[in-house]
Design a protein around this ligand. Sequence first.
Ligand SMILES: Nc1ncnc2c1ncn2[C@@H]1O[C@H](COP(=O)(O)OP(=O)(O)OP(=O)(O)O)[C@@H](O)[C@H]1O
Ligand SMILES: [Mg+2]
Length: 156
Amino acid sequence: MSSAPVITQEISASAAPALMRVRGLHAFYGKSHIIQGVDLDVGAGEIVSVLGRNGVGRSTMLKAIMGDVDARGSVTLDGREMVGLQPYEIARRGLGYVPENREVFAALTVRENLVMGERRGHAAVGWTIEQMFELFPKLAERAEAPVNQVHRQRRP
Ligand SMILES: Nc1ncnc2c1ncn2[C@@H]1O[C@H](COP(=O)(O)OP(=O)(O)OP(=O)(O)O)[C@@H](O)[C@H]1O
Ligand SMILES: [Mg+2]
């Protein structure tokens, strides 16, 4: 299909195995076949950008990798297959997904929302509340405020 994302990435067979390896990934919303055979490698410490026009399927591809959308094909992280796992199982293996929209728990405070994303005990990939406050000091100032208030105040 001409509107499918075009992934232009040279994948070298001789290179060290990628940290995350996507092969022949297909994703569906019901009968709508959105992602049609994506191959992608992400190496340790590497940043990979996927470009495309609005609605082409970039978010769907990420959701398929994260187990949030019905997917076929192969996604391995450190050599372990993840297609077919639940999103929480994939998250426990160290993969995170940050949605583009503001998905917060409206009834909770800033701190309580951050606790949801805290991942103590994962030395390599974890992050703590203290680290979040260091990165975003304004959140520390508003830690006990209902997240809705901050949300509204920070909106342009
Ligand atoms: N929950 C859904 N159910 C059915 N179709 C969907 C759903 N979410 C997205 N789509 C459709 O899947 C296609 C890909 O959408 P997707 O959100 O992945 O695109 P995108 O590249 O991330 O675009 P953008 O971020 O600019 O909206 C679009 O045609 C969209 O209408
Ligand atoms: Mg998107």
